[in-house]
Design a protein. Sequence first.
Length: 412
Amino acid sequence: MTRLGRSFLFLQGVCSPFYPRLGQRLAAEGHRVVKVQFNGGDSLYWRRGSGPVHAFRAPLGELSAFLETLWERYGITDQVVFGDRRPVHRRAIEGGPSRGIRTHVFEEGYFRPFWITLEREGVNGHSLLPREPDWFLDTGRRLPERPAPQRFRSAFRVRATHDVLYHLAGLCNPVAFPHYRNHAPITAPVEYAGYLKRFTQLRFWKPRDEARIRALVSGKRPFYLLPLQLNTDAQIRDHSPFANMQEVIDRVMGSFAEHAPADALLCIKNHPLDMGLVNYARIIRDLERFYGLEGRTLYLESGNLNTLLKRAAGTVTVNSTVGIVSLEHRCPTLALSDPIYNLTGLTYQENLDEFWQKPPPPDDDLFRCFHRTVMHATQLNGGFYCRRGIELAVENAARVLTAGRSPLEALL
């Protein structure tokens, strides 16, 4: 390690070669790289040679002491995590600041598909981004436009293959990592079975949904959009007041029945990566009868979101990135939680019951400044799964990880 090099501790990453390639890049630049393995999948994907590797096999309650030892032994200056809500990351994030350790958090992009998120200390609800519209206006007006991203194709089958390999390697966990518990509430076999069934059915659903969307957008009745999120997503589990999407659907349909104009429709669209473990169609039918909404709701398993947003009278979301897409389309948007875009002038700030009565569109100037600022401060061109996406992500992330200040810290 060079005199000016930093010392990076890598915890858990995505199920792909991104983490090891980033570690190799940092090591090649003269930085120390230390990796902690928590399960068989971590061990499979990490390529030895970048630096020391340690396996954590003890109960979770002993992780803080384990990390303290590594921090001291290797003079850790930075730690790298994917997602800030995994149990194996929370102790690192909470304990790092008192030791002067910077935490770099990767996450899927706020703007997609050619971007990933990299922030210090937290993302989403824990982002250091201010929640002040005037700050975004002032900052965004001073920043130059971001160049167009380099594009790449990231096939779902590539991501799925990495995920399967990662979990197959986890078959050794009972022996090699006996105390490891997955942060996801759904086990891999159940998840894969759900995907297999749902994706088989999608070929039958798509023509039906396309016809429904054509009728909806060509009709004269106003409609509101409720895009569903994943029940397993930390955005719902850790960053919202709801336990699951069933609660969200109930809350929104109840309010719609009581307060929306009589001629309005409610379009509920499933998440494209939903595992099919929850029968949303049946839940919605039951709630239709309960709230007297027969003929006023439409449920879609698939379909083009942009086509819907161009015509929607409004979008209700919890904290999905769909909210940002809705704002891009100048569609009135209400967030039921507190995502980074929940700002006065962007999202509707009154309650849900009042939203159904002609909500105002987002302020164009504020959204341009918000978009420009968030892109500059938190987004990197790249991806986590395909070869070209990983190359771009490694190149761009290495520059930010080794800088004295993050782009957001420089703005603040």
